[in-house]
Design a protein around this ligand. Structure first.
Ligand code: UD2
Length: 320
């Protein structure tokens, strides 16, 4: 089967590409390499067609979608603070880019679009664990963009007969998540700091919680979403259904990596939600998906990978 992965050179997208290639799919990747990297596709480069282009470029999206039965739309500027700084730019990618993908899929006669949504859309008001039918109250441009995009994805199903699945990712972590940007995910930032023997910074008191899910599980969720029979606008949380505080995350990573005994603290970040925890019942019932990798196991694998990168790069993971 010919499939498209937008953002396929990125953190989650490249792991998905690996899995699709391994099962024998013909994979097209559309990625503007703004945060994605060619090296993420190094082991599958000869079996993947990489189109360097943005989801904001309608011609590039149309060319990439041509002949693809399934589109995994992973491309996004995936950062709450970045969207606060530059909402017009990020809206064009996160919202406008999704609309371009839907239109291209319709024109190409694709059967299904799987959309990378976000738990950020729930905000702080919903009772925990949060189910998909909970009230939505986005707190950041990022959350608004992901929510608007998800609405488009949902209505494209009944309007145009496109099968769509929106996966509301909670906090995904794992190898290839870039640590060297203030916009990176907290797990990769903490691992990077501790490997360099520096104390990471916790914004706020560290008692905020997240539902961390390993990237290999997120890949399995995408494959399940592609396989499930005839979904019409299905929306599912993708998480473990388990809350971990940032203080706990720090403690686990410092026991794996050693380094400073205490983190630094700074003011809580604007637009942050306090607690995030998923009800994962629908993912289990509708997709047959249950996350398998315990957080500690995923963290241990990530640490092993990051040490390897650091070793190969001569003790500088940023250049590796
Ligand atoms: C949001 C979404 C998540 C995903 C992500 C994309 C929620 C609950 N989650 O993640 O689903 O879409 O955006 O980027 O909205 N932090 C520190 N120190 C650091 C970096 C972060 O303390 O150096 C804190 C940060 O203030 C927050 C937590 O760690 O409380 C997680 O931050 P993050 O940027 O990894 O992800 P988050 O939850 O904004």
């Amino acid at each position: 089967m010919r499939v498209l992965v937008t953002g396929g050179a990125g953190f989650i997208g490249s792991h998905l590409v690996d899995a699709l290639v391994a099962r024998g799919d013909e994979v097209v990747v559309l990625d503007d390499l703004s945060t994605g990297k060619r090296e993420n596709l190094a082991t599958v480069a000869d079996r993947v067609q990489l189109i360097v282009g943005s989801v904001t470029d309608r011609d590039a999206v149309a060319a990439a979608t041509d002949g693809c039965a399934v589109v995994f739309h992973q491309a996004a500027i995936a950062s709450v603070p970045r969207t606060i700084e530059a909402p017009v730019e990020t809206n064009a990618v996160n919202f406008g880019g999704t609309l371009n993908v839907l239109e291209a899929a319709r024109a190409a006669g694709s059967r299904r679009v799987i959309f990378a949504g976000s738990a950020a859309i729930y905000g702080d008001d919903a009772p925990l664990p949060v189910g998909e039918d909970a009230p939505l109250s986005p707190l950041s441009p990022y959350a608004v963009e992901k929510l608007c995009a998800e609405h488009y994805v949902r209505v494209w199903a009944p309007l145009f007969g496109l099968e769509t699945v929106s996966l509301r990712y909670f906090n995904v972590f794992g190898p290839r998540q870039d640590p060297r940007s203030p916009y990176s995910g907290v797990v990769s930032i903490f691992v990077d700091s501790l490997l360099r023997g520096e104390a990471p910074t916790i914004y706020g008191d560290g008692e905020q919680t997240r539902d961390f899910v390993a990237v290999d599980d997120v890949v399995r969720a995408n494959l399940a979403a592609a396989a499930v029979s005839a979904p019409v606008g299905l929306v599912c949380n993708i998480a473990r259904g388990e809350a971990t505080s940032l203080n706990r995350l720090f403690a686990t990573l410092s026991s794996l990596l050693g380094g400073p005994a205490a983190p630094r603290h700074a003011e809580a970040r604007a637009g942050d939600v306090r607690h995030s925890l998923a009800d994962v019942t629908r993912a289990r019932d509708a997709l047959g998906f249950v996350a398998r990798t315990p957080v500690e196991v995923g963290l241990a694998r990530l640490v092993e990978w990051a040490r390897g990168v650091r070793g190969r790069a001569g003790a500088d993971p940023g250049s590796g």
